[in-house]
Design a protein around this ligand. Structure first.
Ligand code: AMP
Length: 283
């Protein structure tokens, strides 16, 4: 397992693999890896001869008042995890390697980014689409792996690949949770003991919403109202959104009459956490 810092080194390694006829999977991450990331690396290791993990806190997807500076980083720990899960190469560039002076090209998306996290984080998906496009061009993988934890991101990437005719298979992987239900996230490290307990309100709301859908509830409002009620019982929690949207277009729907995504974003103190379920997974 190698760690490289430059685009040239990634290209040289992938070229050597390609010369041997090997397939390549890519797992894009912002590092501080946990079992959620590990599940993507496992999936890539299973499907491909070689796996590249990018480990890059992408400044372009953070808004001015967000946590770019405080975002946790630990390359040594990440390397051990990637190695243990069969990854072959970590790409850990400095921001200047990805965004040279005079950088001025962006990949932007309308419609799918107008709801959910796109509303509260207006420049976020432009940063995500731009960096993921760059990583696709650098690594040229056969497959790329994304978690359903970031459900809107997964939908946006699928749409981008389709719109821009990128010849890459996008694989969506299930949410990995802590034993008590909290979705694993690098941002969970921001929570103190009290916040960690309060954060369970997200998975409680998700479970309750999923149960209603499983039992045949078709009204989006009935489901989201019940989930809001649960979250509002927790004094440390402040709702950003609780919404039901079309699973492909990410537009809100009044009735659950197609594949849908139920997504929530909740502040626990200053920490913004997300969770969700796809209706197709609760049938
Ligand atoms: P991040 O490092 O937070 O940008 O995440 C990198 C990738 O890991 C994204 O595709 C995430 O959706 C995925 N991921 C993060 N947390 C989880 C989780 N708990 N379960 C599954 N995938 C996850």
């Amino acid at each position: 397992m190698k760690v490289v810092k430059t685009i040239d080194e990634v290209r040289a390694q992938v070229k050597a693999w390609r010369a041997q006829g090997l397939s390549v999977g890519l797992v894009p991450t912002m590092g501080y890896l946990h079992e959620g990331h590990a599940s993507l690396i496992d999936a890539s290791h299973k499907d491909n001869d070689r796996t590249v993990v990018s480990d890059f806190v992408n400044p372009m997807q953070f808004g001015p008042s967000e946590d770019l500076e405080s975002y946790p980083r630990d390359l040594e720990r990440d390397s051990a995890l990637v190695k243990a899960h069969g990854g072959d190469l970590i790409f850990n560039p400095e921001p200047e390697e990805m965004y040279h002076e005079g950088f001025s090209s962006f990949v932007d998306m309308t419609i799918l980014t107008e709801e959910l996290c796109g509303l509260s984080r207006p420049i976020h998906f432009r940063g995500v689409c731009t960096v993921v496009s760059k990583l696709f061009n650098i690594v040229k993988p056969d497959r790329a792996y994304f978690g359903k934890k970031d459900a809107q991101q997964l939908a946006v990437i699928r749409h981008m690949v389709d719109d821009l005719n990128m010849d890459i298979e996008i694989v969506g992987c299930p949410i990995v949770r802590e034993p008590d239900g909290l979705a694993k996230s690098s941002r969970n490290t921001y929570l103190n003991d009290e916040g960690r307990k309060a954060a369970l309100v997200l998975s409680r709301a998700i479970l309750a919403g999923a149960d209603m859908v499983r039992n045949g509830e078709k009204s989006s409002k009935a489901v989201t109202d019940r989930m809001k009620q649960i979250i509002e019982c927790e004094p440390l929690a402040k709702i950003d959104y609780v919404k039901l949207v079309d699973a492909k277009t990410m537009q809100q729907i009044p009735m659950i009459d197609r594949d849908a995504l139920c997504a929530i974003a909740v502040y626990i103190g200053k920490t913004r956490l997300i969770d969700n379920f796809f209706t197709e997974d609760v049938k």
